[in-house]
Design a protein around this ligand. Structure first.
Ligand code: SF4
Length: 426
């Protein structure tokens, strides 16, 4: 990442790939004196401007993120000398790597070469994020983990709530509380962690306080797929709420999964380059260990709530390896390998079906779809269905009726049962 001097006097806009993640990330930036905020909620104007500044060949997440940035550029109060955009990039067989350069091109063409783009890369597992402050990458990681925890609590509570909106309220209050910690400047890593854990205990109790009836008959639907489209509710027309409205409970693949994957990729690349015993490898191993320890501490208060909802603790052993016979992760890079492997993992957690959410024309969804039938055959014919999204979709409501019937049928005959937290009805 570029130095924070470049950001002095500017607002850094963070795209809302996930609403919670972007909010908490912005809070961490604020703790270092950077005026950061989340791009406003996407709407029709997003698609209009996203379409205007793209050729139609780009993938849907590009249209949405570009459209959201261009809404800011088109705002009557836009000041190019007081604006910066955050757009990470990635290596691999994916158009995401072109988002930041393309945004640069559009801004330059519009006469705004002075607007900086902050663009850390997956090549070094986003290590460049640490340039702003010595603890920034660690605190960003903690914010990311906290946002995933908050979303997981939301999704496991909301389908069972007795009063519509109570789980969402607990979620919003959680984000507000965690933001307060994350935006506090000058905390030592220990103070930061202590305050975060204290806050997450409050958040856990908020969710536990949601009036709910936890019954065991709701089908559990694993949601995998392209990271932006599955997590960005605007892009997927709020697919998770639709699953809930159709009687299901969603287990949505989170963002930290991607970070564990990039950590694994970084080490695999170093090994391929003959750097198994190198300072770079040592750095990668230490970072992984520190992140794992932080995650375990933040998850600590949720041990009882996440019984049966445990995420994989070894992305290679529990996700990539089971998926290897279908898509070897040393050749099929990126989310397709994660979607396949996570489907295997979720089968083992007693899921009743898998939904893969991807943008139209995205290679990840297309490749995954091609191998799901083999996976389903080997995994007890668990129902798996791809849903594709673009600005004009979707037929999801209609198709979900059929899918949920299949999931209910599978639920009755499945061989791997779910584990439930103690507060579920017997
Ligand atoms: S994964 Fe697909 S939709 Fe996402 S950025 Fe890459 S090409 Fe585009």
């Amino acid at each position: 990442m570029s130095s924070d001097n470049k950001l002095a006097g500017r607002k850094l806009w963070i795209p809302r790939m996930t609403y919670a993640g972007a909010r908490l990330m912005a809070a961490v930036f604020r703790s270092t004196g950077i005026d950061a905020d989340v791009t406003p909620e996407s709407d029709d104007r997003t698609l209009e401007l996203g379409g205007l500044y793209s050729s139609g060949e780009e993938c849907y997440p590009e249209k949405v993120t570009l459209g959201d940035f261009m809404r800011i550029v088109h705002d009557e109060n836009f000041d190019p000398d007081a604006t910066a955009f955050f757009m990470p990039t990635a290596e691999g067989p994916c158009r995401f790597g072109q988002y930041a350069p393309y945004l640069r091109q559009v801004l330059d063409e519009q006469g705004y070469p002075q607007v900086p783009i902050v663009s850390p890369t997956s090549k070094n597992s986003y290590d460049g994020l640490g340039d702003g402050s010595p603890n920034m990458i660690r605190f960003l990681w903690r914010g990311l983990v906290a946002s995933d925890i908050a979303r997981k609590m939301l999704l496991k509570t909301r389908p069972y709530e007795l009063q519509g909106g109570s789980a969402d309220e607990a979620f919003e209050r959680t984000l507000g509380l965690v933001e307060e910690v994350l935006e506090t400047p000058d905390l030592t890593p220990r103070e930061h962690m202590d305050r975060l854990v204290e806050t997450l205990v409050r958040s856990r109790d908020l969710f536990r306080g949601v009036p709910a009836r936890y019954t065991r008959n709701r089908p559990l639907i694993g949601v995998v797929g392209e990271i932006f489209c599955r997590l960005n509710t605007f892009s997927n027309s709020d697919a998770v709420r639709k699953i809930e409205a159709h009687g299901g409970e969603a287990w949505l693949s989170d963002v930290t999964e991607w970070v564990w994957y990039t950590n694994w990729s970084q080490k695999a690349l170093l090994r391929r380059e003959g750097k198994t015993f190198s300072l770079s490898m040592l750095g990668a191993v230490v970072k992984n260990a520190v992140q794992r320890r932080d995650e375990e501490k933040l998850l600590g208060p949720f041990a009882e709530d996440f019984v049966g909802y445990e995420e994989p603790h070894d992305v290679y052993e529990q996700v990539l390896r089971p998926g290897w016979p279908y898509l070897p992760a040393d050749g099929a890079l990126g989310e397709m390998a994660l979607s396949i492997g996570k489907s295997c993992y979720l089968h083992g957690k007693g899921a009743d079906g898998i939904i893969d959410i991807s943008p139209f024309s995205c290679m990840n969804g297309i490749v995954s779809e091609a191998v799901y039938h083999a996976l389903a055959r080997d995994y007890d014919e668990m129902p798996i269905r791809n849903f594709y999204f673009d600005a004009t979709s979707s037929s999801m409501d209609r198709d979900l009726d059929i899918f949920m019937e299949l999931a209910l049928g599978y639920q009755k005959r499945k061989r791997t049962q779910r584990r439930y937290p103690a507060y579920f009805e017997a």
